[in-house]
Write a protein that binds this ligand. Sequence first.
Ligand code: SAH
Length: 234
Amino acid sequence: MLDALNEPLIFPNEAFASMQGMGMTSQRTRNRMVQRLQAEYHIEDLAVLNAMRVTPRHVFLDEAMASRAYEDTALPIGYAQTISQPWVVAKMTQWLLKTGEVTKVLEIGTGSGYQTAILSLLVKQVYSVERIEPLLLRAQAVLKRLELNNIQFELNDGHWGWRQKAPFNGIISAASPAKVPEELFEQLVEGGRLVMPVGEAQQLLFGYVKTSTGVIEECLGEVLFVPMKQGIER
Ligand code: SAH
């Protein structure tokens, strides 16, 4: 079996290297998370696994929650929202980047900023939209501390995508609408990929590829995300 841990551990910059943590937030704990992503969740993309191995997930959580950062659970980040589970981040990112052609990504639901950081390491430019201002400000501050400079943020309702920055060749959403907003398909290039949960009480994760003749849909399994809500909150 391939093993991401055989790869040399190379941090993207000094800031990442300086936030490695200790004990429950140490590199050892992150390595174990990566091992589980491979062995239990069948994540195979080495670039994704490596990004998750070097990114200090605990800095995206409150101190009280930091020791649980590498567990396989969703954890509260305030404002009734949660940080996505590690395997969900891995699975969505792997699917989005499968063809190697996705370089300009729109993310809906910045939340803690963890998924944003992983994307930032793997693609050229990330555009991230969040509807809750305090969450957005906090995520921006953490991502700045990590010296990630290829991210633009917007406080907005992601139902509308980000028209001024469109088209994107990838879109990822961490919030679940009853059905995919048409607008998102419109802001995708031909060949572009969209991955997001769909549904209310019961949700499924879907991957969509936009083609010249329509949209190809692939179901990636059952998930549980927070709902995609209307409007913004300050
Ligand atoms: N990837 C994030 C997920 C956070 S939860 C993380 O791992 O931390 C999903 C986020 O989507 C929440 O922060 C929520 O406020 C946001 N959200 C919900 N509806 C939205 C909408 N219409 N537009 C933008 N963000 C939205």
